[in-house]
Design a protein around this ligand. Sequence first.
Ligand code: ZN
Length: 347
Amino acid sequence: MGGNGAREDWAIVALAEIAAAPTVAALEALRVQYLGKQGRVTGELRALSGLPALERRARGAVLNEYKTDIEHALSRQREVLAQAEQTQRLEQERLDLTLPGVSPAWGTLHPITRVRRRLADVMLRLGFTLRTAPEMETEWYNFEALNMPADHPAREMHDTFYLEAPYVLRTHTSPFQIRAMRDAGGELPLRVATLGFTYRRDDDATHTPQFMQMEGLVLDRGIGLPDLKGVVLAVVRDVFGPTERIRLRPSFFPFTEPSAEVDMSCPLCLGTGCRVCHTGWIEILGSGLVHPRVLEAGGYDPGEVSGFAFGWGVERVAMLLYGLDELRPLYQNDVRFLQAFDAWDSL
Ligand SMILES: [Zn+2]
């Protein structure tokens, strides 16, 4: 039943207030104000009992209609507010897909790995094959076969780590020469190189007990010092730059005859002389023509075949290439130090 005539003022005000409620809390206050135990509608309904029967029915119908209208208005406004809240939240929590993400930390190659790969690459391009050799060697391969008999003074200099006889931790990569020659079975020419760890009882700023060497060996008929110098120059220039110069200085190694230390022009001062090199030259590798006794130990006839060998420290190459004063940081696993080489190599 509808009321005949206009709504009473207070009911009109109630519906207007509800439709304008700005928050859920304000809406709840209005609900209490009109429908709560002390509310306007509740009070009006309670007052019905004092009316005569006929009047009470008519008034009751009007009040119930108001009550229903107010309930509907409350639930409608509740929905409006919920919608507004969601819109606002979506606005605030919007994902900006153009913002930069959190990138994972990339690993970088160890500087020694970088230099090792670079050296291996140079040797392969020069026509060498790469091979490995045992780090645990017999004394024969490490010394005797390389023209260092038991009483040879050079054996003292090597500060060898002795294992259960007859084994040692190899003190240099040179035993690989003997293994390569024996495996080749007299075949010519032989162009072979190796890269690997070697061990000596040595530990200071520029020495570690474990260090890496790269070594190359070439055998053929008529090989001489000019071949040695040409190949070493090509390797040095490939690694350090096309303007490097080298010089050979007479030296002594038991397994080569003649032997030569190779100096290269200092890459730091371009050969003009600096704090590091003093003279403009830097000692870089050891080399020489393969000693006849070494050729014999490898199964070749020194009367027919000659060759040269050269070897250098991979860490030393890394120090010169990256301008390091010390060798030890390369093996101390400080990630900040190691990551610096990424930037260097991308130059
Ligand atoms: Zn210099």
